[in-house]
Design a protein around this ligand. Sequence first.
Ligand code: NAD
Length: 279
Amino acid sequence: MIKTITMNNNLTIPALGFGTYQAADGEEAYQSTLAALKLGYRHIDTAAVYKNEESVGRAIKDSGIAREELFITTKLWNDAHSYEGAKQALHDSLKRLGLDYVDLYLIHWPNPVAVRDHWQEANAQAWRYMEEAVAQGLVRTIGVSNFLVHHLEALAKTAQIKPAVNQIRLAPGCYQTEVIDYCRAHDIVLEAWSPLGQGEIFNNSTMQELAQKYHKTIAQVALAWSAYEGFLPLPKSVHEERIKENLDFLDIELSKEDAQTIRNLPGMSAIPDPDTKNF
Ligand code: NAD
């Protein structure tokens, strides 16, 4: 049974989500999302830029699961960081998903190339619309993604509603200390994107040893670590067996030492810098 986390707006979010990045629009995104829902996932993470909202929405509808039992997230892409842009983008996402509301709407990146000379103002304007969308019932919770401390502090200057979530890259060997500490201190839920390191943890000998030690798979150990840290992991797979495997990690009780080893795992990808990305 997937637990829930209570956010700073007193709403709850399932403590594990199903990732859909790179699940191709059409059969792949549809079948994998449907499989995830049938296997027990209740939290789906998509984004306008994944170009699969239509297929994800179809799977949600065909699952037959009551809407109020589901938690659906989508994200504002980098071409829409303004009041009007966010308004249009949210309406387009809802239409593609076939939903009346989403549970969580995130600003996907804090500093897109298109607004790099005025990202603070651009985020403030997009956020202003997102706050209105909450009042209108189009979105239940609003949050951000890939925000570092200076982006969160800039947003706080004008925000009426505090972000409830920050979705950032958090994986074995990819631990963003400064922003993690800030979010913990400000009661912002940390969602872990690429909790399996986009596949790079599977050839790691330390992760292989830990999997043997706990009689579990590498993916399950990585997800147990994410939960141990208090993160909300969003593993992605399009294979039913793996989708199922990624649900089954709650019985792992990592030792403090092993958790520390995973946190500091060497050789993993560099942490992305949102201020220098070329999109
Ligand atoms: P991930 O860390 O979830 O890794 C996914 C890959 O791991 C899969 O393609 C598959 O090859 C492999 N895999 C999955 N389960 C496995 C298993 N049990 N055994 C062996 N291999 C397995 O990477 P991700 O998709 O990049 O991240 C997860 C989700 O996070 C995304 O789908 C998306 O929803 C979200 N995300 C958000 C951002 C952002 O900027 N906000 C960026 C990237 C991803």
